[in-house]
Design a protein around this ligand. Structure first.
Ligand SMILES: [Zn+2]
Length: 76
């Protein structure tokens, strides 16, 4: 009977050690997918860096805003 309890304790400990890494993985996977790298560009007029999706395109380059595109003398 003593050995049965000891065996049960060993099985429980092994089960806990094996289940730990599995519990960590689901937390990391969505974080790495959610923080996908965005392409950054530099405003031709003021030099500020911003995501490519938020940039305003002109003939001479990309700008942080429409006001800077006009201030730089660029017309589409
Ligand atoms: Zn700018």
């Amino acid at each position: 009977m003593k050995y049965l309890v000891l065996l049960l304790v060993i099985v429980v400990v092994l089960w806990l050690v094996r289940s730990r890494p599995r519990a960590v993985r689901p937390d990391r996977a969505p974080a790495s997918e959610g923080s996908a790298p965005q392409a950054m560009i530099e405003c031709v007029h003021c030099g500020v860096h911003l995501p490519r999706a938020e940039a305003v395109a002109g003939l001479q380059g990309l700008y942080c805003s429409d006001a800077h595109r006009l201030a730089h003398g660029d017309s589409r």
